[in-house]
Design a protein around this ligand. Structure first.
Ligand code: NAP
Length: 287
């Protein structure tokens, strides 16, 4: 079997098109959705991510406010900036690019965000809402993975989903979303004994580890839907995921490529969350 591709670029494009027309509607009623992005320091990868986020906002007609701060910025000064943005009615979403310099406590910074503007979905209130099945912002990467499954008609209900990785931003929220969609969910991590024994029983397999070739063809159930979140470099310096794509595509039913899979969907879901934040703010001010 050769797996069918879940094309993250194409799906993200169609989501962005839909967002563009919803943004036009909001702007016609006097509200331009706005995302504030705070970048502290000069980490090269973070600079690229932030540039993409700003360009994405502009491409759908949203406003972006990019705040570049020096590495020497104090924690207190960053918290003060967040408080100011929390109360600024012209700002609907706030994103603090991680990682932060070592002298700043990222947990404290995320806790300072207004949950109403937490478009990354990292605040404890957003995490709690997901856990309880209540409305709230969903972390963009797992949210994008769910949309990818939905787009090709893979319904998690009654299926065994295996998530490899248990980070707070990908693995854990991914597991909660699959559970909410009625999958039976197993979460694997670095202390899992015999990873393959679990992955081979997965109808839906999500790899979010950060190590290439973690998932090989022998670890995949024939016909499974395989979502590759990983972002790694191969020996030639080319971007690759956690999944041995060439081998696994011969076994799986569906597979996401890297690049062109989860990455563009993560970016699209940030726009979706920002739009939702702006619409919710408009509804609050109207009511
Ligand atoms: P992370 O915080 O480093 O978490 C990695 C997880 O993998 C941990 O839970 C770890 O287990 C687990 N793990 C490590 N080695 C393992 C092994 N041999 N077997 C099973 N599990 C193992 O990373 P993350 O932030 O979740 O990101 C994961 C990957 O996704 C990275 O490559 C990252 O760059 C990528 N990513 C991509 C996007 C995107 O938009 N495409 C977005 C976010 C992240 P322990 O908990 O036991 O340490």
């Amino acid at each position: 079997m050769t797996a069918r591709l879940i094309d993250g670029n194409a799906l993200a494009r169609s989501i962005r098109d839909e967002i563009t027309s919803r943004v036009q509607g909001l702007r016609a009623s006097g509200v331009q959705p706005a995302l504030a992005v705070i970048l502290v320091g000069d980490d090269p990868a973070s600079q690229v991510y932030v540039r993409h986020k700003v360009a994405d906002c502009e491409s759908v007609g949203m406003r972006s406010i990019l705040e570049r701060q020096p590495t020497s910025l104090s924690e207190a000064a960053l918290l003060a900036r967040i408080h100011a943005l929390n109360t600024d009615p012209g700002v609907h979403g706030i994103l603090v690019q991680l990682p932060l310099p070592a002298h700043i406590d990222a947990g404290k910074v995320i806790a300072a965000l207004s949950p109403a503007k937490d478009v990354d979905g990292f605040h404890v209130q957003s995490a709690g809402a997901l856990m309880l099945g209540q409305p709230g912002f969903r972390p963009c990467t797992p949210y994008g993975c769910m949309r990818m499954l939905q787009s090709v008609g893979v319904d998690p209900r009654g299926r065994h989903a295996v998530v490899v990785g248990r980070s707070n931003i990908v693995g854990k929220p991914m597991a909660m979303m699959l559970l909410q969609a009625h999958a039976t969910v197993t979460v694997c991590h670095s202390a899992t004994a015999d990873l393959g024994a679990f992955t081979r029983t997965a109808d839906i397999l999500v790899a979010a580890v950060g190590r290439r070739n973690t998932i090989t063809a022998a670890m995949v159930k024939p016909g499974a839907a395989v979502i590759d979140v990983g972002m790694n470099r191969d020996d030639a310096g080319k971007l690759c995921g956690d999944v041995d794509f060439a081998g696994v595509r011969e076994v799986a039913g569906w597979i996401t490529p890297v690049p062109g899979g989860v990455g563009p969907m993560t970016r699209a879901m940030l726009l979706a969350n920002t739009l939702d934040a702006a619409q919710a703010a408009q509804a609050r001010s109207a009511g």
